[in-house]
Each structure stands twice: as C-alpha cells, then as structure tokens.
Design a protein around this ligand. Sequence first.
Ligand SMILES: NC(=O)c1ccc[n+]([C@@H]2O[C@H](COP(=O)([O-])OP(=O)(O)OC[C@H]3O[C@@H](n4cnc5c(N)ncnc54)[C@H](OP(=O)(O)O)[C@@H]3O)[C@@H](O)[C@H]2O)c1
Length: 178
Amino acid sequence: MKNDPVQIGLIVASSENGVIGVDGDLPWSLPDDLKHFMRSTKDHAVVMGRKTFESLEKPLGSRLNIVVSRSMDQENAIEGSVSIARTLDEAIEFAQHVDQQQDGYQRGLIWIAGGGEIYCQAIGRADRIVRTLVHCEIEGDAYFPELNPEEWLLDRSERHEVDDRHGFAFTIEWWRRR
Ligand SMILES: NC(=O)c1ccc[n+]([C@@H]2O[C@H](COP(=O)([O-])OP(=O)(O)OC[C@H]3O[C@@H](n4cnc5c(N)ncnc54)[C@H](OP(=O)(O)O)[C@@H]3O)[C@@H](O)[C@H]2O)c1
C-alpha cells in the first residue's frame, strides 16, 4: 500500500568470524544460499556498494539495482535496471520511493546487499537482517559487524548441511530489531 513505512532489510552471508569477502569476491560457492538470496530479493529494490556491484557478472535481474558510489557515472550503469546514488541516504530514499510508487515491485521492504562498507553504515537503520551464517572461520578483507543481542532478536533459522555442492554447512537466520 502506498505511503506505509518501508522496512530496510540487510541480507548477508558471513563466516563465524564475520568475513563476507576476499579479493573482491565471495569466499565460497554455496548455490542454495544464492538461491535463497535471489528468492528473497526478487522484485524488490536492492542497494549495494560500487565494489559489490562490480563483483557481479551482470546486474541482478528482476530487481532494481541501486549502486552507492561517489565515482561511478550513470552512463556506466545499464539503463533501466541500475541507478547510481551518491550517498547511502539518497540510495535508501530512492529505493523507498520506488517501493512505494512503481508498479512491478513488491511493496514494503527494500534490501541492502553489501558489501562491508555499506553494511557497516546501514546496520543502524535496519529493521531486519537475514544472515546466512557459514560454519567456518576464514581470512578475508570485507566483514559484517557482530550482532548485538540487546538489539537483535532471532526469529527463526534453517540449517543446511555440507553436501557435494556445498563445502561448508550454513544456517540461514532471520533476525529482527527488538
Ligand atoms: N557475503 C556476502 O553476503 C556479501 C555481500 C556483498 C558483498 N560481499 C563482498 O564484499 C566485498 C565488497 O565489500 P567492500 O566493503 O569492499 O565494498 P562495498 O561496500 O561493496 O563498496 C564500497 C564502495 O561503495 C561506495 N560507498 C561506500 N560508502 C559510500 C557512501 N557513504 N557514499 C557514497 N559511496 C559510498 C564507494 O564507491 P566509490 O569508490 O565508487 O565511491 C566505495 O568504494 C566483496 O568481496 C564482495 O564479494 C559479500
């Protein structure tokens, strides 16, 4: 419905020691987690940092990609499915506007999809967090902040075991702000 508050969700996959990326890429290949990400964000506006956008092969289909960058020009973006915002505030405002006004998008929720710099700046504004906790401790160069249990409540979780396509077990956790 138009003009209802639009929630902000963070969606992330993090190792147990908080690593989310290494050398500009994901530290793992977890196809079922990717499916969960695609299913969760489909038809929503998705905000991401420039480095995360550049790590994608192509813009995420069936969702508006809003890239936060001080250096990228709109001409570098692919018409239609990608918009550039100069600040995180501008990105969130635009995503919320699209969520409310534009047909073809699901209403009421925008997603922030990383990377480390953007999660750090956005976590204080998030209403919910969907975190895939990957059961490993690894080295990396991009991180997700620790969740403060006084601020965040775990609603539910779903575990996925190691199998021939998944080198690590992981648990998808749905958190909401207390
Ligand atoms: N595991 C996961 O769930 C997950 C999810 C997403 C990404 N990742 C990983 O995380 C890594 C990338 O994260 P990162 O922290 O290096 O980079 P990032 O957050 O994706 O992007 C950083 C860039 O965003 C722009 N930016 C950040 N804050 C801004 C602000 N307030 N205003 C305007 N622009 C701003 C700047 O772009 P300009 O330099 O153009 O100004 C900055 O260089 C990669 O390894 C990626 O694979 C992991």
